[in-house]
Write a protein that binds this ligand. Structure first.
Ligand code: NAD
Length: 390
C-alpha cells in the first residue's frame, strides 16, 4: 500500500517501513563515520529500545562498541493491512543491520513494567548472552500497571503548587496560544512518580541481579532532563520533574546496593515523548534555531555518540557535583539560553517560521514515523508486514 502521514494532534498514526529503515540507517551511518569506540560493554540490555534515545543508545552500543544487544519495547505490529508502529519498523531495520554485522540482536515486545516481560528478558539473556555488562533504562510511558496489585497509574504533565499560564504551540495548526494549566493534586504527583520515577528501574535491576544475569561490575544508566526556566513550571518543577528527581535519587540507591548506576541529563530533542509535553515543542523550535546557528545542534544519535564516546568512559563517567552525566551542557550554555530567552516573549503565530526553526521541528517529527527521508519513494507501494522475532 501507499502510506502517507496522518497526523492527529501530537502523534502520527501511520508510519512508513522503508522510511523508518532509512532513518535507522542514517543513524548507523553516522555512528560508523565516527569510528569504533575503544573498550565499552559488549553485552547490553536496553529497556525502551525502539525509538528516541533508547534506539540511538542501541545503535551506538552495537555499531560503536560492537555490542550484542537485547531490546525491550512496546510496539504494535501491522494488522489487517494497517502499518505497524514506527518503533516496530525501526527495530526490524536495526535487527537486520546488526545481524548482517554478525551481532546478536534479541527483541522482546511487551509491557516492560510487568514481571512476565522481565522474566522473558532474563531468559533471553541467560540463553543467548549469559550475562549483560550494561543496562540502559530509557522508558517513556504515560501509564504503568503495578506488577503486584494490577492497579493502573497514569502520569500527568502539570505544574505543582500553582496554576501555570503556558505558551504553547499547536504544531498541527501552527498556532501559538496561552493556556492555563491547573496544578496537579497530591495523588497525580504521586502517580506520575510511580510511572516515571525510579521504582521500576530498581525492580529491573533487582530481578536481573537475583537471576545472575548481571556480569561482575555491570552498571546501569537512565535518562533525565532539566531544561531552562521557561519550561520549569511544566517540566522540572512540575509532576514529571518530581518523577525525574526520584529517578535521579534512585541512581544513588542502586549504587549503594552494589549496582553502579548513573543518570545522564540529555538535551531536548524531538521524540514521540517530548512532542506530547506542553511548551516543549515551542521551546525546541527556538532552541534548534539558536543551536544550529551556533553550530551546536545535536539530535538523539549525536547525543548518544557523545555519551558513549566521550562522557561514559567505560564505566567511569564524567559527572557534575551531583553525580549526573551532563549531555545538556551545550543546550544550557549561557549564550544559547540567553538567545532563546530573548526570542521567547516575541514569538507569535505570525513570526513563528521566521524566528524559530519550526521547519526543523516538523522535519524531525515526520522522520520519527519514517516520513521525509531522502531517497524514499513515498508514492510506491510498500509491504506493511515486517518480520520481527519479538
Ligand atoms: P520515546 O517515546 O522515543 O521512547 C520510549 C521508549 O519506551 C520506546 O522504545 C517505547 O516502546 C518504550 N516503552 C514505552 N512504554 C513501554 C512499556 N510499557 N513497555 C515497554 N516499552 C515501553 O521517548 P524518549 O524521548 O526517547 O525518552 C526516553 C528517555 O529519555 C525518557 O526517560 C525521557 O524522559 C528521557 N529524555 C528525553 C528527552 C527528549 O527531549 N525527548 C530529553 C531528555 C531526557
Amino acid at each position: 500500500m501507499v502510506i502517507k502521514p496522518k497526523i492527529r494532534g501530537f502523534v502520527c498514526i501511520t508510519s512508513h517501513p522503508t522510511g523508518c529503515a532509512a532513518h535507522v540507517q542514517e543513524e548507523i551511518d553516522y555512528v560508523a563515520s565516527q569510528g569504533s569506540i575503544e573498550g565499552g560493554p559488549k553485552r547490553v540490555l536496553i529497556v525502551g529500545s525502539s525509538t528516541g534515545y533508547g534506539l540511538s543508545s542501541r545503535i551506538v552500543t552495537a555499531f560503536g562498541f560492537g555490542a550484542d544487544t537485547v531490546g525491550v519495547f512496546f510496539e504494535r505490529p501491522s494488522s489487517n493491512g494497517r502499518p505497524a508502529s514506527a518503533g516496530w519498523y525501526n527495530t526490524a531495520a536495526f535487527t537486520q543491520a546488526a545481524e548482517a554485522r554478525g551481532l546478536f540482536a534479541g527483541n522482546i515486545n511487551g509491557d516492560a513494567f510487568s514481571n512476565e516481560i522481565k522474566q522473558q528478558t532474563i531468559d533471553m539473556i541467560r540463553d543467548k548472552l549469559g550475562q549483560v555488562d550494561l543496562v540502559i533504562y530509557s522508558l517513556a510511558s504515560p501509564r504503568r500497571t503495578d506488577p503486584e496489585t494490577g492497579e493502573v497509574f497514569k502520569s500527568v504533565l502539570k505544574p505543582v503548587g500553582f496554576p501555570f499560564t503556558a505558551k504553547t504551540l499547536d504544531t498541527d495548526k501552527k498556532q501559538i496560544a496561552e493556556h492555563v494549566i491547573e496544578p496537579a493534586t497530591e495523588q497525580e504527583i504521586a502517580d506520575t512518580v510511580k510511572v516515571m520515577g525510579g521504582e521500576d528501574w530498581v525492580l529491573w535491576m533487582d530481578a536481573l541481579k537475583e537471576a545472575g544475569v548481571l556480569a561482575e561490575g555491570a552498571g546501569t544508566l537512565a535518562y533525565s532532563y532539566i531544561g531552562p526556566e521557561v519550561t520549569h513550571p511544566i517540566y522540572r518543577s512540575g509532576t514529571i520533574g518530581k518523577a525525574k528527581e526520584h529517578l535521579e535519587n534512585t541512581a544513588a540507591t542502586l549504587t549503594a546496593k552494589g549496582i553502579p548506576a548513573w543518570v545522564a541529563i540529555n538535551k531536548a530533542v524531538v521524540t514521540q515523548a517530548s512532542s506530547a509535553i506542553p511548551v516543549v515543542p515551542l521551546y525546541i523550535s527556538l532552541l534548534f534555531k539558536v543551536m544550529k546557528e551556533k553550530n551546536l545542534h545535536e539530535d538523539c544519535i549525536h547525543q548518544m555518540q557523545r555519551l558513549f564516546a566521550e562522557k561514559f568512559h567505560n564505566g567511569k563517567p564524567e559527572t557534575d557535583h551531583e553525580g549526573r552525566i551532563r549531555l545538556d551542557d551545550w543546550e544550557m550554555k549561557t549564550e544559547v539560553q540567553d538567545a532563546v530567552k530573548s526570542l521567547w516573549p516575541t514569538v507569535t503565530s505570525e513570526n513563528l517560521e521566521a524566528i524559530s526553526d519550526f521547519a526543523g521541528y516538523q522535519t524531525d517529527f515526520l522522520k520519527l514515523f519514517g516520513f521525509g527521508l531522502d531517497g524514499v519513494d513515498y508514492d510506491a507501494d510498500v509491504e506493511v508486514d515486517a518480520p520481527l522475532d519479538a
